[in-house]
Structures are given as structure tokens and as C-alpha cells.
Design a protein around this ligand. Structure first.
Ligand code: PEP
Ligand code: MG
Length: 301
């Protein structure tokens, strides 16, 4: 792409996908959905079990980066060994870091396993469903406690980059207060659309009418990029938008530093980006930002 470089990574949810990172020339893992790794388990994975999973992942892709998202359970993502109380609105309920912060011991098992694996390669960790800086401060406290526990056990840990998944409108509004604590951010456009448009992402009746490729979401993505760029924080996008070869070039034109793409569409997305001109992408992005109607955006599809 005429001199402009971006990183194209992938979303992973199963260890048997790891071979494809090398085979397809993928720049690394931009989203490891850890709850998918734990699916089918009858009991919470121990620190050692988790360490082995992260070790296998890092060793398979080193020296490329592995971005581990901490457990994102709740709403549309259920695990056999986690019994959440019945909630009237699960998507607005206990999920993502809300669950992790309510269950700090279980959360620290995951943090310790990730920290230990960080001695083996390049690991970033990111936290899902964050709304505000207090949650981040609480997480950082648990991270510090996890490091202390490892030290007491004389177990090593490496340096780890910290990020959040930006997937609620509140996270965007509160981003300036959170950026000072972060090394990177990744936009979760699936949930960001669900919460911005107030549309259940699992409801097939509404999914066509309220596409994530809509003016409110494009504006939100641009706002996030601008806020992060002011603080020199790198911005990725890991939702489905990045996996659409028609939309991914426009996302690059908006100024994203990297995309995390589903393995299944990695090659067509890469081809769409590599065969295009960055100038053209920025022009398309500018036109999209001026679009006030979904129908105007639809011409790119
Ligand atoms: C997202 O919300 O865009 C995202 C990448 O995470 P998930 O689809 O796993 O919620
Ligand atoms: Mg999400």
C-alpha cells in the first residue's frame, strides 16, 4: 500500500488455528478470545492449564505479538463452569471485566498465567467491557497483586503492554482519563454497535437494518482514533468490520494502525488493502465521515 504500513493481525479462539498465523503470513494475534479457549471445560482452568495454553500460543507465533483478552463471559458468551444469576438484561449485566472484578481470585489466576507466559514472547493483555477509569485502576491493582504473588513464589514474569477493548459509548467518552494508563486500545465494533445503536447483536430481525457500518459507528471510530492519536497510543479494531474486505480499507483510511481480522477472511482483506492506494482509502474514509445516511455508506458495499 504505497508506503503506508499497517499491521494485519488475526482473531483466534482455538489453539488449532495457530498454524495458520505462519501459513497465511499474519502479523500476529490481535485478539485471543480466552473464553473460547475455555469452552467445554467443566471446571475453571487452573493457572497451570491456562499458562500452558498461552505458552503454546506465544511459542507458535513468536516473535509476533499475542494480544490476550481476559475472560469475556456473560450475555452471548456462556461457559459451563460459570453459573451467572438470571439477569433481566444479560447484555447490560454482569459480563466481561464486570464478572472478573466481581471474582478477583479467578481473575488473578488468569492474570498470573498471562504474566508468566509473557517471559516467552511478546504479549499484550486487554480488558473487555470497560466503561471507566475506576475499573481500570481496580484491574491494575489486581495486576500488581498478581505480580507480587508470583515474586513470592519466585516465578518470573516479563513486560506486558496494557490495553482495553473500546466497546461502549461510555468508554469513548471516558477515554481521555483512561489513555494515560494504556499502551494500546482495540475497538470492539461488534459490541460498540450493539451499545451505541441499542440493537441486540444476536437479534436477526434487526441486524440488517442496523448495520455496524453506519454513520454513528464510523463517527465513533474516528473519535476514538483522534483521542488515541493525541496521546500517541496505537489503535486497532477487532470487530467484524475489520473482516470485511470492502470496509477494512476504509478503516485504514480513517487512521487505524492495525486491524485484527477473522482467519477466514484474512487473505481477501489483506488483498483489498495491499492492492489499494492509501490516498484512495483516506478519501473514501473522508467521504464516509460526511455520510449521514446508511444508504450513502451502502455504496461502498
Ligand atoms: C467486539 O465486541 O467487537 C469484539 C471483538 O468482541 P466480541 O465479538 O468477542 O464481543
Ligand atoms: Mg465485545
Amino acid at each position: 500500500m504505497d508506503g503506508h504500513s499497517v499491521k494485519l493481525l488475526s482473531n483466534i479462539g482455538q489453539l488449532n488455528q495457530l498454524d495458520q498465523i505462519e501459513q497465511l503470513g499474519i502479523d500476529g494475534i490481535g485478539l485471543l478470545r480466552t473464553e473460547l479457549l475455555f469452552m467445554g471445560l467443566k471446571q475453571a482452568p487452573t493457572e497451570e492449564q491456562q499458562y500452558q495454553m498461552y505458552k503454546q500460543t506465544v511459542e507458535a507465533v513468536t516473535p509476533k505479538v499475542v494480544t490476550i483478552r481476559t475472560l469475556d463471559v456473560g450475555a452471548d458468551k456462556q461457559l459451563d463452569y460459570i453459573h451467572l444469576d438470571k439477569q433481566e438484561n444479560p447484555a447490560l449485566g454482569e459480563r466481561g471485566v464486570r464478572y472478573s472484578l466481581h471474582n478477583p481470585e479467578q481473575f488473578m489466576v488468569q492474570l498470573r498465567a498471562i504474566l508468566r507466559a509473557s517471559t516467552l514472547g511478546c504479549i499484550r493483555v486487554m480488558f473487555p467491557m470497560i466503561n471507566q477509569v475506576e475499573e481500570l485502576i481496580d484491574i491494575l491493582d489486581l495486576l500488581a497483586q498478581s505480580k507480587k504473588q508470583l515474586k513470592q513464589q519466585q516465578l518470573d514474569y516479563g513486560k506486558i503492554e496494557l490495553g482495553i477493548v473500546v466497546e461502549t459509548p461510555a468508554a469513548i467518552i471516558n477515554l481521555p482519563s483512561m489513555l494515560p494508563y494504556l499502551d494500546f486500545i482495540s475497538i470492539g465494533s461488534n459490541d460498540l454497535s450493539q451499545y451505541t445503536l441499542a440493537v441486540d447483536r444476536t437479534n436477526p430481525v434487526l441486524s440488517q437494518q442496523f448495520s455496524a457500518f453506519s454513520p454513528a459507528i464510523i463517527q465513533s471510530i474516528a473519535t476514538v482514533i483522534n483521542l488515541a492519536k493525541q496521546q500517541q497510543i496505537s489503535v486497532s479494531l477487532c470487530g467484524e468490520l475489520a473482516s470485511d474486505p470492502r470496509i477494512a480499507p476504509i478503516l485504514i483510511g480513517l487512521g487505524l494502525d492495525e486491524l485484527s481480522i477473522n482467519i477466514g477472511t484474512f487473505l481477501p482483506v489483506k488483498a483489498a488493502i495491499c492492492s489499494g492506494q492509501y490516498n484512495h482509502f483516506t478519501q473514501q474514509a473522508a467521504a464516509c465521515l460526511k455520510s449521514t445516511k446508511i444508504s450513502q455508506l451502502a455504496q461502498y458495499l
